[in-house]
Write a protein that binds this ligand. Structure first.
Ligand code: CA
Length: 366
């Protein structure tokens, strides 16, 4: 009897301290904690595709578990609700509450968004996250998307990608001339100026285009994702490194009205889960790429090759022209580009004597 009174007393005390004197704010808080939300998330990826497509799936699982089911998110693959490259518009309009894709797909609509995915010869995964989370990058990103009624969250990163699959050898810069290659973003424009024909295709269309000869070459991601599409069955030469995507950050975009409809604790669960997925995806890629690369290297039909220095020199100098023109033509790109390249300058020196020095040292000793 005494124990029951004591427990009852504790519960009453807790109620009192949480909700003193019928505080109307407090009653509103309780009501918010009972409200449940059902969201749809459209993506640019094949359903549950390794890495890229598992990002939003993992996000949905984490958010539902952490919120005890108060926020449920149903994830749709590319084409299930909207096509791969219409995620931005669908979330902006409020057709769905959430999307997961890569911001460089918005080239031509919001050119400056490209800085938040990746820039050829630019920041690595780790450096990009330094800029976004601590160096002011995310604030610039939110400002850029505000007119579209969107709130962006970094959610996943592919790490350094591979240069791609080629059915033609690339021995000199001349070999780029006439090359038809699937490659998105600024890198596509770089290749165009080098004499190639860049093509933009969603992932699901790459294999057939390469196998039928509609394109001569493609980049996609890296061994883990490329092998999942079977690209090794459609081309012989596998070039590295991915000069064009040194660490592509992915985004969750949330319709601003939907975001503001969430109570503060659910907002915290969403943003924390996005950050958790970024860490998780890096681990998934580190593991998946290592295993897939080993298998690809055992395949006698595949030649793994580094790009010649002459080709990389041309691509880098062309890249500098392309970025300078983008920044001259678009005020948002000028502002965000300056912040990006200032950060690259800052981060590169630290990386040179840490990650880079260590990896070079280890590589020479194996
Ligand atoms: Ca890529």
């Amino acid at each position: 009897m005494k124990r029951r009174q004591f427990v009852g007393g504790l519960a009453a005390a807790a109620t009192l301290s949480a909700c003193a004197k019928n505080d109307p704010d407090c009653e509103a808080d309780d009501a918010a904690r009972q409200e449940t939300f059902q969201w749809s998330c459209v993506t640019s990826w094949p359903p549950k595709f390794p890495g890229l497509g598992m990002g939003p799936e993992n996000l949905a699982t984490r958010v539902e578990a952490a919120s005890a089911g108060r926020l449920k998110i149903k994830v749709y693959g590319a084409g299930e609700l909207v096509p791969a490259f219409e995620v931005f518009d669908a979330v902006s309009r409020g057709t769905v509450q959430m999307g997961h894709d890569a911001s460089y797909y918005h080239k031509g609509k919001v050119d400056a968004a490209q800085f938040f995915t990746t820039i050829p010869f630019g920041l690595t995964n780790l450096e990009l996250n330094g800029w976004l989370y601590y160096g002011g990058g995310l604030e610039l990103w939110r400002e850029l998307y505000a007119p579209f009624n969107l709130v962006p969250f970094p959610t996943g990163n592919s790490g350094v990608q591979m240069g791609g699959w080629f059915n033609k050898e690339i021995n000199t810069a001349e070999d780029l001339k006439g090359l038809k290659m699937r490659i998105p973003g600024l890198a596509g424009e770089v290749l165009r100026r080098a004499g190639a024909t860049p093509v933009t295709l969603p992932g699901s269309e790459i294999f057939t285009a390469l196998q039928t000869g509609t394109i001569d070459a493609t980049e996609w991601v890296g061994p883990y994702n490329d092998a999942a599409f079977g690209l090794q069955k459609a081309a012989r030469y596998y070039y590295y490194p991915g000069w064009h995507e040194p660490g592509s950050g992915l985004e969750t975009i949330i319709n601003k009205d939907a975001w503001e409809s969430l109570p503060a604790d659910l907002q915290a669960i969403v943003s924390t889960s996005c950050q958790a997925v970024t860490a998780d995806m890096a681990a998934e890629y580190a593991h998946g790429n290592a295993l897939s690369l080993k298998r690809l290297q055992e395949d006698p039909n595949i030649e793994l090759r580094p790009f010649p220095a002459e080709v990389l020199d041309l691509l880098q100098s062309t890249m500098q022209d392309v970025v300078a023109e983008l920044m001259a033509a678009d005020p948002a790109s000028a502002k965000i580009g300056k912040a990006y390249f200032d950060y690259l300058e800052l981060a590169a020196e630290n990386s040179r004597i840490t990650e880079q020095a260590y990896l070079n040292m280890r590589g020479q000793r194996r």
